[in-house]
Write a protein that binds this ligand. Sequence first.
Ligand SMILES: *[C@@H]1O[C@H](CO)[C@@H](O)[C@H](O)[C@H]1NC(C)=O
Ligand SMILES: *[C@@H]1O[C@H](CO)[C@@H](O)[C@H](O)[C@H]1NC(C)=O
Length: 332
Amino acid sequence: MRATYKTLFVFYVLISNVFVNAFEPISTTFLVGLGVAAVGRKFYNYVYESCDSKWIYFNSTGLEVALDQKLFGQHVASRVVQKAVTGFINNKNPKKPLVLSLHGWTGTGKNFVSQLIAENIYKEGMASSFVHQFVSTAHFPHLNQIEDYKSQLQQWVKGNVTNCPRSMFIFDEMDKMHPGLIDCIKPYLEYYEHLDGVSYRQSIFIFLSNAGGEHITQVALDFWKAGRDREEMKLLDLEPALSLSVFNNKQSGLWHTSLIDKNLVDFFVPFLPLEYRHVLLCGMAEMSAKGLKPDRDVVDQMARELVYFPKSERIFSSKGCKTIGGKLDYYT
Ligand SMILES: *[C@@H]1O[C@H](CO)[C@@H](O)[C@H](O)[C@H]1NC(C)=O
Ligand SMILES: *[C@@H]1O[C@H](CO)[C@@H](O)[C@H](O)[C@H]1NC(C)=O
């Protein structure tokens, strides 16, 4: 027994000496090299935006607070967006990318909500290299170049998701987008696990359009006329008007596609027309944002001069909170 231990011990010393002598210099250099590389990588990640949890993390509370305090008059949209985004990001194994379709009159906050979502997922917000915004009339203006746009858009989506699975794509003026162009992004919205080796299931697609705006407004107007509180309005009250208008409105790009038939859109989010009191809130917030002391008189004066509809009742601001930034400059 003892002999065996001894042999083993000698053998061990021998072996470890061989290892230490033979490999020590190499392994030290190697380890130091690794260390430098790691520090370098850390530094790089620190300075340059990377597709990792340092730069991309969802702040659920942050989104909730932002929607609650910065978005005015959109209690339905607020709730749907919070629920949709939180549910999607907390789902470790989503079966498809998140697809939101935001509908409503101009100036009601659709772009703003996209921005709030981006700000609470990406450290760099809208400036993140993982957030991509396309405006139909600006990016895809010429009908005769539609084939080029299609291949370009597909390459972009694929390239960007390959770089970073948690990418976000915002398509503005969806109702002015060529149906062929919508069709070409459809495969990415589907339930595929992989498409040519790329998985799109972590991505977020947001479509913005005015489609359905009139119908949403009608529901809001009916509520107002019935003397009901606007805050009583539920998604359920707005959904029928929304899907009907989207289906029936040939102007709307969505009509031409099977986005809806195939249930590729997870949530249709209605944005209500804004009233005078909401414009006031926007105005006060805008003044703070500009570093001015919010002045109720100034904001009041500005808000009173906006156009409201329907003509007789003058309830809803025809441009919502859009352009009030510029208008305030004039009044202050
Ligand atoms: C999340 O958002 C809240 C509210 O805006 C903020 O107080 C908090 O610091 C944020 N958390 C992180 C980790 O950024
Ligand atoms: C990502 O999308 C942008 C457009 O937002 C495009 O310019 C860029 O080339 C795309 N990147 C890749 C790798 O395809």
